[in-house]
Write a protein that binds this ligand. Sequence first.
Ligand SMILES: Cc1cc2nc3c(=O)[nH]c(=O)nc-3n(C[C@H](O)[C@H](O)[C@H](O)COP(=O)(O)OP(=O)(O)OC[C@H]3O[C@@H](n4cnc5c(N)ncnc54)[C@H](O)[C@@H]3O)c2cc1C
Length: 512
Amino acid sequence: MFDVCIIGGGVAGLMLAHSLPDHYKVAILTKHDAMTNNTAFAQGGIAASLGAGDSPSAHAEDTMVATAQHADAERVELMVREGLETVELLLAQGLPYDADDRGFPELGQEGAHRFRRILHAGGDQTGKMLMRFLLEQVKDKAVQLPFHQALELIVEDGRCQGVLVGDAEGRRSTVHAAHIVLATGGIGQLYSQTSNSAIATGDGLSLAYHAGAVLEDLEFVQFHPTVLHLNGRSCGLVSEAVRGEGALLVNRHGKRIMEHVHPLLELAPRDIVARTIEWQYQQFGTVYLDARPIDDFPKKFPSIYLNCRKYGFDPTYELLPVRPGAHFHMGGIQTGDSGETSVPGLYALGETASTGVHGANRLASNSLLEGLAFAKRLADRLQQLPAFVRKRPFGKNSRTREFVLPENLPLNMTEKVGILRDKKELEKFLDAHPLRQFSLRDYSNSDIQDIHRYTASSLIATAAFLRDESRGGHYRMDAPETSAKWTGKVLQLSKHGVKIADRKIEQKETVG
Ligand SMILES: Cc1cc2nc3c(=O)[nH]c(=O)nc-3n(C[C@H](O)[C@H](O)[C@H](O)COP(=O)(O)OP(=O)(O)OC[C@H]3O[C@@H](n4cnc5c(N)ncnc54)[C@H](O)[C@@H]3O)c2cc1C
């Protein structure tokens, strides 16, 4: 029996393990190896108001503006204030960073941030370096179980008490713990077009849904405008910074597609660029990024250059075919101030959680910060709670039932629940993929993986259908305006039904 079982070993899961006292018995499950996750993909860095003239209040203001009047103002304040303290603590503990001549962090600038506040390491290698640092911190503290997939959460007597786990050989076991934490990351791989790691299949959403937890803001998915697109496949992100350096978006006739769309052209807000590319793609075919005007591309963007070369493109003299891809999930499992879900004993952190800080549209580089800040909060909270002792043995499970994943689900997600949504198409999707509840333990391990994928897809489609307006990452062609009726309203789903809750979206005048 463990004190804490953490499902997921990205920034959120590892930071929690790192922040718990040494005497805690902690298990970390990852369904693949330790470095396969979205954290390791992070290129830009961690947003924190470390720079001269900057402050948590300025960071909170920028966040509120970006999130389309939908973020939880108090949670944003918690994140920017405590997140800054957590980043400072990690720097003092030896977190690597790129420094200027005087040894101070060399902070990067990103869209919609009014200050240079992006802490980065190894140029565009921040995520990998953060992962290596955190793995080193937890190596003697936690039992790490790679290639162990959480299949089902075990809820008895109204409390989450354990996890049914499948290993790489298909064997099953149960991990018991006083506290179970979902830190399973994002959902990008539910779509045929994505920037995400192979593990990002929304398992946390399905595990929580089947355990009876409340989920919210599921309709808000951020699409990155420029994912390299080859033969219908996503082949890695081409960062916004490439457009910042002068790359152009053109159609197959070489005509710039952002002309007459937005005065900032290629540097228009991310959602506008993404929608324009997708519309052009659907109407007229492939859209290209022309990076030839950039001097020294291989030197300025070494990782992106290498990735393009891997797929046979040389951006110094060739056009790059691009299409938007699912990038970040703003919504997730509804949590309290310290990661508590609506099911006692169950907590959620990182991208699978909905803390409310990203509203309808995430501000760039706030997600690593969110993972760090709320993991630290949860570690503090767990130490105040009594250890819970399991009273009854867990029930039996069989593998007698079969589930067949509907063909072309990721393609249908891209076409019907993607960047340009429409009521009729969402209806068709939900007719073919209705939200269902499964007795998970009665299916094989690989069928359960498919059920998680199916359930997470249906949950997102259901929320996208119900919210009949457009806001941030959720765009409905049949309701293209933002509606006052939905302002401050949060759509919550659980196996008990649908609820519309209120959210405090007003910001206080000053933040400490
Ligand atoms: C290309 C790219 C670039 C990005 N750049 C930035 C950036 O610069 N700054 C920023 O702030 N954010 C960035 N993001 C977003 C950010 O990286 C993620 O939101 C964040 O890392 C998520 O962390 P996490 O710990 O929640 O999940 P992850 O790091 O994805 O980890 C999830 C973990 O859960 C495990 N898991 C999943 N399902 C199961 C299961 N059923 N059983 C057991 N284990 C399971 C996985 O194995 C993995 O260990 C970027 C994302 C991408 C894709």
